[in-house]
Design a binder for this molecule. Sequence first.
Ligand SMILES: Nc1ncnc2c1ncn2[C@@H]1O[C@H](COP(=O)(O)OP(=O)(O)OP(=O)(O)O)[C@@H](O)[C@H]1O
Ligand SMILES: O=C(O)[C@H](O)CO
Length: 523
Amino acid sequence: MAVTLHVLPCLVRALSRPLFWGAPVARLASSMVLAEQARQLFDSVVGAVQPGPMLQRALSLDPGGRLLKVRDRSFQLQQNLYLVGFGKAVLGMAAAAEELLGHHLVQGVISVPKGIRAAMEHAGKHEMLLKPHSRIQVFEGAENNLPDRDALRAALAIRQLADGLTADDLLLVLISGGGSALLPAPIPPVTLEEKQMLTKLLAARGATIQELNTIRKALSQLKGGGLAQAAYPAQVVSLILSDVIGDPVEVIASGPTVASAHNVQDCLHILNHYGLRAALPRSVKTVLARADSDPRGPHTCGHVLNVIIGSNVLALAEAQRQAEALGYCAFMLSTAMQGDVKRVAQFYGLLSRVAGARLSPSMAGTSIEEEAKLHELLAELQIPGLQLEETLNAVAQAKGPVCLLAGGEPTVQLQGSGKGGRNQELALHVGAELGRRPLGPIDVLFLSGGTDGQDGPTDAAGAWVMSELVSQAAAEGLDPASFLAQNDSHTFFCRFQGGAHLLYTGLTGTNVMDAHLLLLRPQ
Ligand SMILES: Nc1ncnc2c1ncn2[C@@H]1O[C@H](COP(=O)(O)OP(=O)(O)OP(=O)(O)O)[C@@H](O)[C@H]1O
Ligand SMILES: O=C(O)[C@H](O)CO
């Protein structure tokens, strides 16, 4: 990174004098500049949703320090502030809250992933760590994103804190993705093991996060508004970092401060759909039957303010501004990219050609068939809010390089036993797509990165590719298709050009799904 930054000024000068360079050298310089800019844009995505800046944006104290403002609401502070939190990004969020409000804080409990404090210390991210004599108690648990005994202990401590609150108290709840596994409190007689097993089975059979969390809510004391209910009559303010498409507060971490709108019939429908109804443990049947006849109905959450403080949308909006500052015409495609990575990669491959043809007149007319295919693929993927024709028209008007931004979470069907992640697999598929046909006089770079800095079980956040990937890989004796067949994208990128196309950030302390960047620059 430092080396790349060091050479950047010379490369920029080189690009402005292409006639003095041989074509291959100019192309190499151009690639390096594009790669450096893509990296900067990814950093701005992650930077926009760092816990400190997010909390500072969401919370403000009046000059006397006695009134906490959140959105258009004010809360009196008088030694009455409590804090709980659960999720992968909650350690940094709690550290930022402690920095802002520490002297008002009476007590706190957070549930965060196993090993996160050591990882943050190791990475030198001291702003993500609590103060030495913090009033916030930290529990680490939920190894491999599954509820375990440690997370159960944390959930019980959180419930105990909430149970003890009075009408004079204010409870700040910090929530981020991974919160469901970090807050398991099964309703008896359901056991932790039974809940674990059901979660695993549903996930393995392809249940969506909406479906999975509907079941989790029905079997939990704290999810689906249970935590808010426990904290009543205290006021509750939940600050939520979204890791779900569309930012649905009732789904993120299974909505512990949001009344659940689902009923038992919804649960039975889901369990039926995945063939799990017949084999349900007796305890689960008991809890569902009890909920069906519960005269109290769903939890009420009138004393709660739920606020989304960070999301994929916010993060990409910052990258869009940054791209414009770098001289790109930048357009947001969608923050709801979903579907199988292979299809999503075909979409980006076709989009590169079609947008390239609009951008570079010498390619015009070559893509009518591809444009039709692109529309077909988009209809199949059903990406909410993606205005393809409008974006392409805007690209056609662009004077200069174009940056297309998107976010979301495609899915990988694991077939092989290789090492990889969603983002590296997507990038490699896009590289293969770009290599299918020559692109004409246009440089194309595609980058895909997970905003938490960890793509699948690898230490990379993602990867970037250019249109020359297939031919350059062949020169090194590497065939992307055979790595893809084994879901082995990480091994490919480690070998290809000595790992130069891998995106490394380390754990970022935040998590708003994935970011995709497509840079197009006429040569
Ligand atoms: N070899 C592999 N190749 C491609 N993808 C893989 C591979 N192994 C695991 N994955 C994918 O990685 C994902 C799990 O990784 P990770 O732990 O980063 O979860 P996540 O969904 O990104 O979590 P979060 O929502 O917190 O970001 C799954 O989508 C899984 O299919
Ligand atoms: O914890 C969860 O439920 C998922 O990460 C979605 O928020």
